[in-house]
Design a protein around this ligand. Sequence first.
Ligand SMILES: Nc1ncnc2c1ncn2[C@@H]1O[C@H](COP(=O)(O)OP(=O)(O)OP(=O)(O)O)[C@@H](O)[C@H]1O
Ligand SMILES: [Mg+2]
Length: 175
Amino acid sequence: MAPPKKQVVGPLHLRTRSPEETVELAAAFGRLCRAGDVVCLQGTLGAGKTHFTKGMAEGLGVENTENVTSPTFVLLKKYRGDKLTLNHFDAYRLHGASEMQDIGCEEIFSGGGVSVVEWADRVVECLPEEHFLVTIRIIGTDVRDILLGTSGTGLADRIEEITETLQPWSAGDNA
Ligand SMILES: Nc1ncnc2c1ncn2[C@@H]1O[C@H](COP(=O)(O)OP(=O)(O)OP(=O)(O)O)[C@@H](O)[C@H]1O
Ligand SMILES: [Mg+2]
């Protein structure tokens, strides 16, 4: 028998018009994140993945979020928040998922913090089935479309609260 189809809910269609707005949106999202959440970011160079991560850190109560920069050369940075730690991966320079596995991403994903993965599309094999998927598209110099969805069935019941909270940034065409 064929395996059950992966259920993908959403995505929620959001829009920001400045880097600061992306940080604010992601902070609101970060405040709703829970231990064990994995947030996968995709989008081209300069789309805004690191700004989104900075916002999530702010939402998790990390101090000195100016330290939230692309961990391109270190693969993983950890920021301690009020309640939860944010694990920030950047897969840009990786040659595949095995390098993520080598640093123990599985234990980190399932641990007590929240994880965010820039360039998640490069390491799909090591991502947990249940994750948030955030796709950032460059629309204009300062305009970004942000699609936020879930993969797996376990996160679907979180979408309602997330949709309400992120309403101020709605692109206006969500069902
Ligand atoms: N609405 C916006 N949201 C986010 N960033 C924006 C926005 N408008 C303009 N920008 C600019 O786009 C750039 C986004 O940079 P950022 O480092 O966050 O991207 P990235 O996706 O992490 O890039 P990389 O692929 O190099 O890691 C910054 O220069 C930022 O000022
Ligand atoms: Mg980046």
